[in-house]
Design a protein around this ligand. Sequence first.
Ligand SMILES: Nc1ncnc2c1ncn2[C@@H]1O[C@H](COP(=O)(O)OP(=O)(O)OP(=O)(O)O)[C@@H](O)[C@H]1O
Ligand SMILES: [Mg+2]
Length: 106
Amino acid sequence: MKLAVAGKGGSGKTSFSGTVARLLARDGRRVIAIDGDSNPNLVVTLGIAPERMHDMPTLPSNLLRRTEEGIELSKTLEEICTSHSLEGPDGVTLLVMAHPQHAGTG
Ligand SMILES: Nc1ncnc2c1ncn2[C@@H]1O[C@H](COP(=O)(O)OP(=O)(O)OP(=O)(O)O)[C@@H](O)[C@H]1O
Ligand SMILES: [Mg+2]
């Protein structure tokens, strides 16, 4: 099952996503959570200390490669999770995409 959550700012996307992810993981399902927000805070909702993201490398730009059939991952999901994920207390795997260190000018 793939579940994407999108919507208006401040409408509860992160709270809903974190809660659903944790409940599914507690039920014994394998859950991989991906925070596509450029200011990611799903980590907190999942119960993971945000400082743990600081040591994680950002996903490499060559992760996607173009083939005649379309676009594919250059690594397996297992490889990506090994190097770019954190485990939450309920067993949710958070895939860390980006983690800005501080706000900058827009
Ligand atoms: N069901 C709810 N009832 C009351 N408050 C809620 C509920 N869900 C979320 N909130 C509160 O609303 C605020 C926004 O929630 P949240 O951060 O999950 O929204 P978001 O859609 O992810 O926001 P953003 O667009 O900024 O990423 C938070 O303060 C959160 O605690
Ligand atoms: Mg949010």
